[in-house]
Structures are given as C-alpha cells and as structure tokens.
Ligand binder design. Structure first.
Ligand code: MTE
Length: 554
C-alpha cells in the first residue's frame, strides 16, 4: 500500500539550548544558515510553543490555587542558581530520572528539580512535559518567554532537590580549546549515548509515529567532532585508478541530475543494549532507535564517477573509498568504502546527498554533502564528504578494517583477527516494537492492546511480513504494514507495522515478541545468545517487550 509520508507530524518542539544558541551566535560565522533555520523553526513550531505556554500557565494556576506561590523577588532572581545545603548531582545521574518509577527530574540552569508530582496534573498529558525528563528544561523555555516569568520560576523552586554539579554545568559553557566547542544545537528529546563524540537516539516510543523520521529526531552517530566547514571553499576531491583528479564544489555537484530516494539508515550497533544482557560487549549501548527513515536528495555517485572518467567495467577497480572531513587528533579522517558493483549499479541508488527530508543536510547529518548507500550499514554512509577514491582495495580506515565486522560468539578480544572477517555492508532483517515500550503499563481496550513498530532489511529486500506473538510463540498475529511503493525491485525504506494483541483475562503482564520476514524469506534469530559477538553488532534477534496490564477502573 502506498502511503504519503508526512513531515507535518514533527514534534512541536524544535528548540535549542540557550547556551548553544549563544555559542553559535558568538563564534560561528557558518551558522548564519542555521540561525535562519532556527528562526524559521521557531515560527514553524509556534503551535508547540503555544502548548508549552499553556502548560506553564496551567502549572502556574495549579500552584497558585494550592497557595504555593512564593512572593519574594530575591527568591525569583535566585532561581536556578546554586543553592547552599542541597546536594550536587551529575548529568548522568539526572538522566536516570526520566520515568515515574525512577522519579522525574529536570534541570533549570544549575537547579535540579523533582517534578514527579506535577506530571499527572499536566493539562496536556504527561507525555509532552516528559520530553524534558532527565534533562534540561531550558531549551523548551527558550521558545516561550512566559517561562521566564518570575512566578513560574518561583513555583519551580518549590520542586528543588539539588544542584547541577559545577563540573557538569560547564559542559554548556564555551571552551575554545575543546574540539567539541562548535557542535551544533540538538533536539532536547534526543537521548545521548555519549556526549563527546555526540551519539544519540530518539525516544523509542516516538519512532513509529512518522514514516519519515523528522530530521531533528533522527539518531546521530558521530565518531569524532563535527567538522567546521566553510561552504565558500568546500570541495569534494575525486581521484584514483584511471581518473584524472577533479574537484567539485556544491554548485558544480548540483549540476548533475537530481535524484531522491527514501532510505533507512541504521547503525550496525542498533539494539546492542539487548545483546549486552547476554554478555558485555565493547560499544555504545544503543537501544532500538539507532535507525531512521528519511528522504535523501542529491546526485548519483555513479553519474559523478562516470563523468570523472570511470568506465562502466573498470579494470583494477574494486572499491570506492570515501573520506569525511572529520579527523582524529592525528588528522586521520573518518573513512569507509563500498564495493564498485554497488557504487555503479544504476539501481543501487548510491547518492552524494545534500538534502535530507527536503532541507539542506544539518551539521550532524553531514552538511554539506554525505554519501547515502541505501541498504548498507550506516557506517558506509560517510558524512561531511571530503574525498572519493577509486581503488583496487577497501578503505584502510579503522572503521572498515577493525570495526563493524561480525564474529563467532566464541571469539573474544584475545582471539579476534579482524582481517579474517568481511566488513559489514548489507544489514540483516530486523524489527522492533516501539510502542508500548518495555514495562509500560497499558490499559486494554475491548480486551486488546495495540502494538506498533518498525521493520527493515538491508540490500533493498522488502519486508513481506511481521509476526507478533503474545503467548510465547503458540499463536502469531500478522501485522499490518505501512510501506512506500518501491519504484524498482529494491526497497530501501523501512516498514512501519501495527497489530492488536488480545490480553488473557486476569493477566498482570504479557510478553510480546516481534519478528520480521523479508522478501528472501530471511527472518530474525530467536535469541541473542547464539549471535552474540564481541562488538555487539548485527543485533537482530526477536524483540521481546513486557507489557504491564493496567486493570484500573474503566
Ligand atoms: N561519517 C563521518 N564522516 N563520520 C562518522 O562518524 N558515522 C557513520 C556514518 N557516517 C560517521 C559517518 C555511522 S557509524 C553511522 S551509523 C551513520 O553515519 C549515522 O548517520 P547519522 O548520524 O546521520 O544518523
């Protein structure tokens, strides 16, 4: 079934931290573009801002009714400053308090607040205010000035439980010697898995809301600091076997025929956190949201290479290598490569992309140009593209040679020989349940609960079925799929799916499992135990989610 994708469903909050905004305004000339986008985003998201405003007003009314408003102006101006006698908390600690069970903490400047009690009274429902849970409320309040109202700040102080540790509070302060000092603004809903380099995924519950993942909620995987690129001097160098070296700036690149594809990008380490439960692995503890689905616009790599002099069946050429403009302290760039067959396949859709979801790429996603290799693991989709090398061999970068490879469960760090395994290219079939999330309490309607998620397979293999069971595999329901009509046999985009599962009477909880089947009848392995590998990649076993049944009054 062909479904129109929509970007209108973006969250109402496209907002940015105050400190980051100041930082950007002060130090970066290249951010002019971002600034204007930022202004546009404010207008675009005025609805969201209004919502935040209404919520604040409700908070104000609630507390005033309860006669909890403090009057003292000194208290007001002190809001968010360090308060003597209260404990200091680290950002890591604060981040843990993002649910009712673990208490809901937010920060404002250097203040730490426990707002758990306020959540149920929130007029817009708990979900929206939860966007700030475990993090800073400042970026949300940037949008709507009423939050900087003295009364509201005073009210907030009543929920004060501590201070943000001095060291951590410095993170938002400009440090010229820090290679991460010029990092872009990020959506506060993104859940960081590491700050430097920045790696983050959106809340899983939101992931299946949009067929096209809103750019600001698209997971970010950076190995190095985001490079500062001056578009006035930016050029992609193209060189290698059988080519006369050339350089293309963005203007010249855009002269090639434009091409748009819908493609999911997934990190090889997506769902690693589940594999870690078997045995520890080395790598970021990604949840199930290190994947997103976007439209990518650019020009075909094939067209550019042929124009640069490459033959259709070039002798001595096996791989196309890419280098990013992000470098490590020794000035080695991020690099990866793909086989020549994929690069030159007229239906392979490999792009030098300059737009994501109809807008210029954002800094985190590779501005001004990135490679998009549909159906292939995220690592080969090189961002901030600086160089293309036509070669007889693979990229010799760490990420091609010594990372992103799969091994036997019995291979450990003492026995691993990275040269013995091929670099991951096409990814295996995967699915995940996005809603409800693990241990969520859900009230059945007519004895059923709705389950939603995503499914995807590498190599352009279409998802043909998603099976869901609620009774440990005795009964399986086939989910309804939402997917884009592919224009040719390849199916680069993901599929969203939904299904209703029955809840046995008197059940306190059920465990729901999901597995997808692709067009070559590949399916997901049952458990992680037998696919465990030391880097925690290719983590695609059945997704199992425990749902607590809300038996409350109707
Ligand atoms: N390109 C460069 N230059 N530097 C990087 O660190 N990370 C890669 C890839 N391209 C990376 C890169 C990895 S591992 C992934 S999964 C994808 O970018 C993530 O793309 P995204 O951040 O746009 O989601």
């Amino acid at each position: 079934m062909a479904l129109k994708t929509s970007l209108k469903l973006r969250l109402p909050y496209q907002v940015h931290s105050y400190a980051q905004t100041l930082q950007a305004f002060k130090f970066s000339t290249q951010e002019n573009n971002d600034r204007s986008n930022y202004r546009k985003s404010i207008y675009k998201n005025v609805v969201g801002a209004t919502f935040v405003g209404v919520a604040s007003f409700a908070l104000y009314r609630y507390l005033e009714d309860e006669k909890k408003v403090l009057a003292a102006t000194e208290e007001i101006t002190q809001s968010g400053n360090v308060k003597e006698g209260l404990p200091f908390y680290s950002l890591d600690e604060i981040r843990k308090h993002d649910s009712k069970e673990k208490k809901i903490w937010i920060t404002y400047k250097q203040g730490v607040y426990d707002i758990t009690e306020f959540i149920p009274k929130h007029p817009g429902g708990g979900e929206k205010i939860m966007m700030a849970a475990g993090g800073s409320v400042d970026p949300f309040w940037m949008i709507y000035g009423v939050h900087r109202n003295q009364d509201i700040l005073n009210m907030l102080e009543q929920y004060r439980i501590g201070n943000l540790s001095e060291e951590e509070s410095k993170i938002s302060v400009q440090d010229m010697s820090d290679p991460y000092a010029f990092e872009p603004r990020r959506h506060p809903a993104l859940q960081p898995r590491s700050l430097k380099p920045y790696n983050a995924e959106p809340p899983l519950k939101l992931l299946a809301d949009n067929f096209i993942t809103p750019t600001e909620l698209f997971f970010v995987r950076n190995h190095l600091p985001v490079p500062e690129i001056d578009i006035a001097t930016y050029e992609i160098e193209i060189e290698g076997v059988g080519l006369k070296p050339i350089k293309l700036n963005l203007e010249k690149l855009k002269k090639f025929k434009r091409h748009t594809v819908t493609a999911a990008v997934q990190c090889s380490g997506n769902r690693r956190s589940e594999m870690i439960e078997v045995k520890p692995v080395k790598g970021l503890s990604w949840g199930q949201a290190a994947i997103g689905n976007a439209t990518w616009t650019g020009v075909r790599l094939r067209d550019v290479l042929l124009a640069a002099g490459l033959k259709e069946d070039p002798k001595g050429v096996e791989h196309i290598q890419f280098e990013g403009l992000d470098t490590d302290p020794s000035m080695n760039p991020y690099g990866a490569s793909i086989p020549i067959e994929k690069a030159l396949d007229p239906k392979g859709d490999v792009l030098l992309a300059f737009e994501m979801n109809g807008q210029p790429l954002t800094k985190d996603h590779g501005y001004p140009v990135r490679v998009v290799v549909p159906g292939v693991t995220g690592a080969r989709n090189v961002k901030w593209l600086g160089k293309i090398i036509v070669s007889g061999k693979e990229s010799d970068s760490h990420w091609q040679q010594n990372d992103y490879k799969g091994f036997s469960p019995s291979t450990d760090w003492d026995t691993v020989d990275f040269s013995s395994a091929p670099a991951i290219q096409e990814l295996p079939v995967i699915s995940a349940i996005c809603d409800p999330i693990q241990n969520e309490k859900v009230k059945p309607v007519n004895g059923k609960i709705p389950i939603r998620g995503y499914a995807w397979s590498g190599g352009g293999r279409k998802i043909v079925r998603v099976d869901v069971t609620w009774d440990q595999g005795k009964t399986w329901s086939v989910a309804t799929l939402e997917q884009e009509e592919a224009k040719h046999p390849h199916h680069w985009g993901w599929s969203l799916w939904k299904v209703e599962v029955p809840v046995p009477q008197n059940a306190d909880k059920i465990e729901v499992w999901a597995k997808a089947v692709d067009s070559q009848y590949n399916s997901q392995p049952e458990s992680f135990a037998n696919i465990w590998n030391l880097r925690g990649v290719l983590s695609n076993a059945y997704h199992r989610v425990t749902v607590n049944i809300d038996k409350g009054k109707k």
